[in-house]
Design a protein around this ligand. Sequence first.
Ligand SMILES: O=c1[nH]c(=O)c2ncn([C@@H]3O[C@H](COP(=O)(O)OP(=O)(O)OP(=O)(O)O)[C@@H](O)[C@H]3O)c2[nH]1
Ligand SMILES: [Mg+2]
Length: 193
Amino acid sequence: MKIILASSNRGKIKEIQELLQAEVVPYKDILGDITIIENGKSFQENAMIKAKAIFERVPQSIVLADDSGISVPALGGEPGIYSARYAGEGATDKENLQKLISKLQEKNIKKTPAFYTAAIAIASPKGIFTTHGWMWGEVIDEARGDRGFGYDPMFIPEGYEKTLGELDEEVKKRISHRAKALRLAKIVLERMV
Ligand SMILES: O=c1[nH]c(=O)c2ncn([C@@H]3O[C@H](COP(=O)(O)OP(=O)(O)OP(=O)(O)O)[C@@H](O)[C@H]3O)c2[nH]1
Ligand SMILES: [Mg+2]
């Protein structure tokens, strides 16, 4: 089964290719650069926007999109659906992470609960389907390790002492929001053949 991935995030592309064990082709390899305006009000809405935008251009295909992010209740749920541009449009992972660290430091927070959300949308000739996955843990006011991507170096998953930046990638593959949402997405994909 060939799946077109409606993402240009290299960290996600790597994780989704490894987790799905299918032929997963990033849309840019087929369509080149396309600007998709993610103006949804939820992760699910944004994932559907991305999946539909690519499916319209490649009808009769199976398109998978992921919209995800990290939420910190002590900061009113920030950055949430704005995780990719927390430090401004086009911000790098490092800039976004540094902004979240400085927000914690401003409130003298060294460690506080946080969770990642992943919404997966699958657009196909049989319709559009969505799944979700969450991963709870804590964020700390420093970055530790260089594995994973985005905010991983400041996130300690529930039941662990180390950050996702320090832990082996196999751990994230088992427990992450994306792994959970993709396990459900696989059930949908299996019914597409
Ligand atoms: O440390 C992290 N570990 C993760 O597992 C993870 N998953 C999402 N994120 C953050 O949330 C943004 C997603 O935003 P997002 O879903 O709009 O993706 P994106 O804009 O980067 O690419 P695209 O898929 O939209 O093309 C990303 O940039 C990351 O900052 C993560 N950070
Ligand atoms: Mg995005």
